[in-house]
Design a protein around this ligand. Structure first.
Ligand code: PEP
Ligand code: MN
Length: 285
């Protein structure tokens, strides 16, 4: 049967961006992950290591992010690495560790699926399927995660326009899945002093053009640990519905992205500071 879900989406092609109203809270899509609502008035923090490395690393990191207010545990089992010689993730073993730690801590998990052939297995273990930046326009993958019916965390492609990002959500919706969280994670520009350029313009723009929750990844958006807290605060100030951040119990020993991972103390301090920012914009965290 044909689905009409895609018609719920604001028509991305026909809007004049200079003349838009905010989508009202009443029309917002709330993505519910085992009782945690993303897209409502509460700001939801997703945190955890870049990659699942071993039981101790995942458990210790999960424990500390939970104790400081994170609601969802992140961690890659299948990692998209620029070099084939870098650590590629633990694969299935990583999924099993995530699932075990999720049971022990009660935190739902988000983890990346890189390939259509992995969708079934990742969906068996994860609460949210992450489609990474490099795959935002992998249309067969968007279709498969749509068919899976699982909540999807869709990261913005590093060269993708806002229109392309919105159209990617329509591929997922077309399969009858409207449980989508969009994530701004920085785009490639001429600037080389940071890993990416975190496009905070994208937050109010997306919030005016889609009913989906929009979260921000200041870890990949900057690539630099000390820049994560100020950009996380900025993201909340401009209307993000949540944050996804890399945290490691021993960042200096991380197998992946240690340079942008917050230490336990840094994460704790940031979560305290974010409460004040949330309050200032009429939200809770
Ligand atoms: C990640 O979140 O682990 C990741 C690889 O991010 P991105 O796809 O945004 O580069
Ligand atoms: Mn990473």
């Amino acid at each position: 049967m044909e689905t009409n879900l895609c018609e719920v989406q604001v028509n991305v092609g026909s809007l004049n961006p200079t003349n838009q109203k905010q989508i009202s809270m009443r029309d917002a899509t709330i993505v519910n992950i085992r009782g945690i609502e993303v897209g409502g008035s509460e700001i939801v923090v997703f945190a955890g290591p870049c990659a699942v490395e071993n039981m101790e690393q995942l458990f210790e990191t999960a424990r500390l992010v939970k104790a400081n207010g994170a609601k969802i545990l992140r961690g890659g089992a299948f990692k998209p690495r620029s070099s084939p010689h870098s650590f590629q993730g633990l694969g299935l073993e990583g999924l099993k560790l995530l699932s075990q730690i999720s049971k022990e801590t009660g935190l739902p998990i988000v983890t990346e699926v890189m390939d259509t052939r992995q969708v079934d297995v990742v969906a068996q273990y994860a609460d949210i399927l992450q489609v990474g930046s490099r795959n935002m326009q992998n249309f067969p993958l968007l279709k498969e995660v749509g068919i899976s019916g699982k909540p999807v965390l869709l990261k913005r492609g590093m060269m993708a326009t806002i229109d392309e990002f919105l159209q990617a959500t329509e591929y997922i919706m077309k399969e009858g899945n409207d449980q989508i969280i969009m994530c701004e994670r920085g785009i490639r520009t001429f600037e080389t002093s940071t890993r990416n350029t975190l496009d905070l313009n994208a937050i109010p723009m997306l919030k005016s053009r889609t009913h989906f929750p929009v979260i921000v990844d200041p870890s990949h958006g900057t690539g630099i640990r000390w820049m994560v807290p100020p950009m996380a605060k900025g993201a909340i100030a401009v209307g993000a519905d949540g944050l996804i951040m890399e945290v490691h119990y021993q960042p200096e020993k991380a197998l992946c992205d240690g340079q942008q991972s917050l230490s336990p103390e840094e994460f704790k301090l940031l979560m305290k500071d974010l409460k004040g920012i949330a309050l200032a914009v009429g939200r809770t965290i």
